[in-house]
Structures are given as structure tokens and as C-alpha cells.
Design a protein around this ligand. Structure first.
Ligand SMILES: Nc1ncnc2c1ncn2[C@@H]1O[C@H](COP(=O)(O)OP(=O)(O)OP(=O)(O)O)[C@@H](O)[C@H]1O
Ligand SMILES: [Mg+2]
Length: 729
């Protein structure tokens, strides 16, 4: 929470130096001051908590830091609301104070079991606490809660700025129209445990240190860590030692004039004195170099109608030789691109390793045998830091297996901290719905419908916009719909050109905005067509290379859709079972897996397939043989053989025997293999299947060869050759 130039913070630090303890500073600034009821409550609680903390040895950094943050927060609040009577404090600030009191009460209750006292020793106490979160861990969690409270207060105060001016006349705006309001200039610190962003931070710091290089735009979806990266940049030694660092939360700034006023205030200027705000801003920028972070800039930018004025402000800031800008924005493109030279940095999801580290930094209650379930849960978080952090705090002492069950019922809804009024930082659903409800998305109704379709594909849309057009979904303007989704960062373009959606957003969409039956039907038909066209080709067929090019990238999507559809209804959509069965042939030749055929067999004959159950069993046996699951393959073949014999289907009898023989052969069970292949040979011969006879002879020849019986091997192979080459009559 270093912020050398923030006037409030500087004043608080100066006061702290003078008084030595945070408690005494709080006493000095609050005793005798008129305070409204909720403020009195919050200040009283803050004093209690600080008193508890200050009993601990002073050199403990986490403790002193927590007291300092609480002190600074109360200092800022008192600056704003001290001396005001109940009726002078707006409702939302009163309710903020209520929330703050609850946070402080939670912290107070959390501190009691830690038994912090003068004689407290970290060394002796540490071992007892290792079972749960360590003391330091808990305190750092409280530090984050206070940081969050600081952010919320800033937002609550900023949302008080309710004035409407002629947007075209920012420069001429009379400051008498601007309400006198004090905006917090306290800058939060980045998360104490911060993973996987070192490269991004270093890269941005390098760029900011060079005046010739572009300004920084941090882009990405909600909760990916844009604000945290911005704070880490401001907190970097190379930046904070040479610049004043200013942070302006823009969540509730809807106009350019509100933005200007907010910047003026964080720079330490007064908004109540008269004068042209742009001139005032310019003069404030004349003093030393400033790194100015405009956080959540999508709020004013997307609010409609103010982009020209906002561009003016950005252009003016960017052109100032003293200013280096950092903008954080939900989306895939920086604002005012034509007027400001940006270096756009899109934040990727955290790697699985960093996701695990982040989870463990919040929750260490993980046992070795829980790890597989935890991996599944982290997979559902898709590397989104917000989701991972909330998952870790929701877990508490619960086993990961029960969280997985909860996920089945609640999906992303479970990723929220207990909070009276959930925010983008305490609830994944709130964070996602903020983007879905944005003006940008609302302005293109087909965007949300298309997003629902994309979310139905676990591997995303492989061929991007071209494929969406080919799918013929029936949308009027699929280009604009896709551009809107990408611009809102609800989906992203992967390096291979496919369009993908992060797992939590996908889960949320499937639960709350699944595609309409019509769109889903069109999507399904596209995959049915693909499987019908390419599914039953074999490597000897002409079109097999093309089939691989088309179907291989779609294996995940196709199996997911077909399985879902087969499970959905008795017979599923017409044609699905047929297409799925064909697709199992493609799986056999390329990526053998029994997932789809298992589903088909468990629904036979209800799935509506015209081929016999025995054929399904043989298909599965071959797939099982391919993945070396020999005993299961044999079991399928024995069943299929019995069924085929019962209905006197000699063709299938021969196929079952031949495949059984091959499985025995692969397991080195030569006598059984010879017996089955000889029977298969005889049946094939009876029904006049020359190709079948030749295949059996080839397999028999292999057995002889493997046993070193070369004359017999040659004899079988020669017969196979002859049989195969007898011209048909
Ligand atoms: N790399 C990281 N390591 C650890 N925690 C992180 C990391 N990135 C973000 N977080 C945590 O994840 C949460 C969301 O991060 P942050 O607020 O920075 O996201 P954002 O992209 O700014 O979201 P929004 O678009 O809603 O403003 C915060 O609680 C933050 O502390
Ligand atoms: Mg943010």
C-alpha cells in the first residue's frame, strides 16, 4: 500500500510517524469528532481490531501491515465522512459502512483464536497452526479484505459523482457544477500471493520506463487479473521510485468529465475550486512524472455516447511528456487506438502449475489423495485467477470430492465468497454477468445467442468465423455477433485460429443461457453432416486424408455433442445414432476410444440404429482391441458370436471368430488363435466370402511365422494370395 504521493496516505504516514501507533492516530483523529451511527460503529470496531493486532510484537510485518491498512482506510473514510450528520451521508455510503463493520467483525472474530498477545512467538505457535492456515496466511487474507474495502470505498465515493454536463464541452465545464468530493488516492497493493505474471509485469515496466515507447493497455476477460497486474506494475520498485503512481478506478465513471474530475482528485488537486478542469489537470501533470492507471476503463468507454470526449482526455494525457498511461479494460482492443499509441497486453489464463500455487496459497488443506479431484476442479476454473481464488476459499475444510458434487448442481454459482452484496471480486457469476449485461453485448442481441452456441462446443469453434458461416446457424449477422463477443472478451481467438471460451464462462452460459432449440438443432445437424460424409471411410479410401483434416480437430466436439444428444432423449435427434456409429469407425482408424460406442450400446435398440446389436459389439471389441483392453474385447466378441449364431447370421459369425482369433494372437495364445481362425476360415468359405478366407489365412500365416514355422507360414500366405486373386465369376 505504498503510495508516496497520495496526499491522504502521506498525511496518514506522517501522523503515524508522529504518534507511533495506528491506534493512537485513530484516537487522535476520531475522538470528539461528530460521526454518524454506522461510521461510529466501523471506527469503534477498527480500533478494537487494531488494538488486538498491536499487542503482537511490532516487528511482525504482516501484523503491522494489517494495522496500517485498517488505519489508512479509516483515515480516508473519516476525511470524507467525519463531521457529517446521519442525514448528510448518502444511503449507499451508509450501507458501505455497514458492510465494513461486518468485515471488521469477521476479522476480529478470526483474530481471537489466533491468540495474539505480547508473548506470542511465531516459532512456537507456528507448528500448532500448520494444521489450518498459518497465522501469516490468515493475516494476509485480512489484508486483502481491507484492500477490497478500500477499493469499494473508492467506488462508493466515485459513484457519488452525479453530474451531467455537456459532453462536448469538457474544456469549458465550470467547476462550480462539480460537487466537492474527496476521492481516495490510496493505491492498493497487488495480491500478496501473485503468480504467473512476472513476465508481463517486467515487460510493462520496461515499456513504461522508456518515454518513447507506447502506453500500456491490459486486456482480457473479467477476473483474469488486469487490475492486479496494473497494481503490480505500480508497486514495482523501478516505477514507484521514479514516478508518482496514481490509480483511478473507473467502474462508476460514465462520462469524460467524471473521469477528469477523478484524475484531478487522485493527483491531489481540488475539484471544488473554480477553473477549467482540463487546464487544472494539465497543470497537475506538469509536476514530475506520473504513471497513471485507469482501471476498468471499459465502463466509461462502453457506456455509449462519450467515446469522442474520452478520446480527447486520453489523447491529452498520452501526449503529456510526464504521463505514462496504464489502462485496464475488459475486451480485446484498447480504447482510442487511432489517437494513442498503445502496447496491448492480453492476459492469458494461469498455467495449471500457477493455478495450483494460487489455490494452495489460499488453502493448504489439501491431502495427497485429493489431488486428482482438485485437478478436475482447477480444470473447471480454466486458469481464471478469480475463480481459483474463490474456489480455494469456498473449499475450507471440505473435501474436493464434495466440491465436485456441488459443482454438478451449482456450477459457477458456487464460486463466491460469503457477502451480503456480491461484487465482481466476490462472485464469478457477478463478474461474468457484468460482461454479458454490458451495453456492447446488449446492443447486438445475436451475440449472446452465438455465445451460447460456441459454449456448446468444448473445444471451441475450430475454423473460426469461416466455420460459423458454414454451419448455417440461421443468424442474421454472424460476423458482427462474433466480433462483439470477442470485443467483450467473453471468447478469445486461440493461437491456432479457433474461437474458444474459458471454462467458467462456458459453464455459466450453459447453465444460464443455453442456445435455443433452433440454434442447437442447426449446430447438431452440422456435425451429423460431417460424420455422415466422412465417418465411415477407411485408410484405403480416396477421401480419407480429407476426412482426417476435417474430423480430427472436431473429435472432442463431435463426441461431446453426440453423447449429449444420445443421453438426452430416447432416440435422440434423428440421424444422430447413425452418424455416431459412423464416427466410431473414424475413431477406430485414428483415435480409438469407446466413449461413444459405449453410449450407443447402452441404448440399443432405442437409439434407432438399423444395424444389429452384434455389429455394435464387434465395433466396440475392435476399439477395445486397439487400446489393448483384450479381455473386454473378448467378452464383447463372445456375446456377439452367441447372438449371431442364434440368428444364423453367418457373416457376423465369421467376423466374430476372425476378430477373436486376432485378439488371441495378439496375446500370444496361439492354440486358441488357430482354433478360432480355422473356424472363421471355414465359415467364410461356406458363405463364399473370399476376402474373409484370405484374411484368415493371412492371420494363420502370421502365427506360423511367429513360431518359426516358416514352411507352414509360406503355405498359408500363398493360399491367401491365390484366394484373393481368383477372378470372380
Ligand atoms: N496472478 C495472480 N495471482 C494471484 N491472484 C490473482 C492473480 N491475478 C488475479 N488474482 C486475484 O484474482 C482476483 C481477480 O483479479 P483482478 O481483479 O485483478 O481481475 P480483473 O481482470 O481486473 O477483473 P475485472 O475485469 O472484473 O476488473 C483478485 O482477487 C486478485 O487478487
Ligand atoms: Mg479489474
Amino acid at each position: 500500500m505504498e503510495h508516496p504521493d497520495g496526499p491522504n496516505w502521506r498525511r496518514f504516514d506522517a501522523a503515524l510517524e508522529h504518534s507511533k501507533t495506528v491506534l493512537s492516530v485513530l484516537g487522535a483523529i476520531s475522538d470528539g469528532l461528530v460521526m454518524c451511527e454506522p461510521l461510529k460503529g466501523a471506527v469503534g470496531l477498527a480500533k478494537e481490531v487494531v488494538a488486538m493486532i498491536e499487542k503482537v510484537r511490532k516487528n511482525e510485518k504482516a501484523c503491522t501491515e494489517l494495522a496500517r491498512r485498517i488505519g489508512a482506510l479509516i483515515f480516508v473514510i473519516l476525511n470524507q465522512l467525519g463531521g457529517k450528520k446521519e442525514e448528510e451521508v448518502p444511503d449507499h455510503l451508509r450501507s458501505y459502512l455497514g458492510n465494513l463493520a461486518r468485515t471488521l467483525t469477521d476479522i476480529k472474530h478470526g483474530l481471537i483464536p489466533l491468540k495474539l498477545h505480547k508473548g506470542f512467538s511465531w516459532a512456537s505457535f507456528g507448528s500448532a497452526l500448520l494444521r489450518r492456515e498459518s497465522v501469516a496466511e490468515q493475516l494476509s487474507g485480512y489484508n486483502s479484505q481491507i484492500d477490497h474495502a478500500v477499493q469499494e470505498f473508492t467506488v462508493a465515493v466515485l459513484s457519488n459523482i452525479a453530474f451531467d454536463i455537456n459532453r462536448k464541452c469538457i474544456a469549458q465545464t465550470s467547476t462550480s457544477a462539480i460537487p466537492s468530493i474527496q476521492i481516495s488516492s490510496v493505491v492498493s497493493t497487488p495480491p500478496i500471493y501473485f503468480y504467473g505474471r512476472d513476465d508481463v509485469v517486467e515487460d510493462a515496466v520496461g515499456k513504461l520506463s522508456d518515454k518513447e515507447r507506447p502506453h500500456i493497455a491490459l486486456l482480457g476477460t473479467g477476473g483474469i487479473g488486469k487490475t492486479s497486474v496494473a497494481l503490480a506494475i505500480l508497486d514495482h520498485q523501478a516505477i514507484k521510485s521514479r514516478n508518482r503512481c496514481c490509480f483511478v478506478p473507473c467502474d462508476s465513471l460514465l462520462t469524460a468529465s467524471a473521469l477528469v474530475q477523478a484524475i484531478v482528485q487522485v493527483l491531489g488537486g481540488s475539484s471544488s475550486s473554480g477553473g477549467d478542469p482540463m487546464e487544472k489537470l494539465a497543470s497537475l501533470l506538469n509536476v514530475g512524472s506520473v504513471v497513471l492507471a485507469l482501471d476498468n476503463f471499459e465502463s466509461p468507454w462502453d457506456s455509449g455516447g462519450t467515446q469522442t470526449e474520452l478520446t480527447e482526455v486520453l489523447r491529452m494525457l498520452a501526449a503529456s511528456p510526464n504521463v505514462r498511461l496504464i489502462v485496464t479494460m475488459r475486451g480485446n482492443s484498447p480504447p482510442a487506438k487511432g489517437d494513442v499509441r498503445w502496447s496491448p497486453i492480453s492476459l492469458d489464463p494461469l498455467s495449471p502449475d500457477d493455478a495450483m500455487k494460487l489455490f494452495c496459497s489460499v488453502n493448504r488443506e489439501i491431502t495427497e489423495n485429493e489431488k486428482p479431484d482438485l485437478d478436475l476442479l482447477l480444470d473447471k476454473c480454466g486458469g481464471l485467477p478469480l475463480a481459483i481464488k474463490l474456489l480455494a476459499s469456498v473449499k475450507g475444510d471440505l473435501p474436493c470430492s464434495s466440491l465436485l458434487h456441488r459443482w454438478e448442481r451449482q456450477s459457477t454459482d458456487m464460486l463466491k465468497a460469503e457477502h451480503d452484496s456480491p461484487t465482481r471480486l466476490t462472485s464469478v457469476d457477478v463478474s461474468i454477468s457484468l460482461s454479458l449485461d454490458s451495453k456492447r453485448m446488449k446492443g447486438v442481441p445475436e451475440a449472446i445467442a452465438l455465445l451460447g452456441v460456441i459454449c456448446s462446443l468444448p473445444d471451441g469453434v475450430q475454423g473460426g468465423i469461416d466455420q460459423l458461416i458454414k454451419m448455417n446457424l440461421g443468424l442474421k449477422d454472424v460476423d458482427t455477433a462474433l466480433a462483439t463477443i470477442l470485443a467483450a472478451s467473453l471468447a478469445f481467438r486461440a493461437s491456432d485460429g479457433s474461437v474458444k471460451v474459458l471454462s467458467p464462462i462456458r459453464q455459466y452460459m450453459l447453465k444460464h443461457h443455453p442456445p435455443s432449440a433452433l440454434l442447437y438443432g442447426q449446430l447438431l445437424q452440422h456435425y451429423i453432416r460431417l460424420a455422415d460424409e466422412y465417418g465411415d471411410l477407411d485408410p484405403n479410401d480416396m477421401g480419407f486424408t480429407e476426412a482426417c483434416a476435417v474430423l480430427l480437430p472436431e473429435v472432442g466436439n463431435t463426441t461431446y455433442l453426440f453423447k449429449q444428444e444420445l443421453r438426452r432423449a430416447q432416440a435422440g435427434t434423428r440421424g444422430v445414432a447413425r452418424a455416431a456409429f459412423k464416427f466410431t469407425n473414424f475413431q477406430y482408424w485414428t483415435r480409438p476410444s469407446t466413449d461413444l460406442i459405449d453410449d450407443l450400446l447402452s441404448r440399443w435398440p432405442d437409439c434407432g440404429l438399423k444395424v444389429g446389436h452384434r455389429e455394435g459389439l464387434v465395433r466396440r471389441a475392435r476399439l477395445r482391441q486397439h487400446i489393448s483392453d483384450y479381455s473386454a474385447a473378448k467378452a464383447d466378441l463372445e456375446y456377439a458370436l452367441a447372438e449371431s449364431t442364434a440368428v444364423e447370421d453367418q457373416n457376423m459369425v465369421a467376423q466374430c471368430l476372425k476378430t477373436l482369433g486376432d485378439v488371441h494372437l495378439m496375446q500370444g495364445e496361439y492354440p486358441q488363435a488357430i482354433e478360432k481362425l480355422t473356424r472363421a476360415h471355414d465359415v467364410s468359405s461356406e458363405i463364399g466370402d473370399r476376402q474373409g478366407v484370405a484374411n484368415c489365412l493371412r492371420s494363420l500365416s502370421n502365427i506360423h511365422r511367429m513360431q518359426g514355422e516358416y514352411p507352414q507360414a509360406i503355405e498359408k500366405l500363398t493360399r491367401a494370395h491365390d484366394v484373393a486373386n481368383i477372378p470372380r465369376r
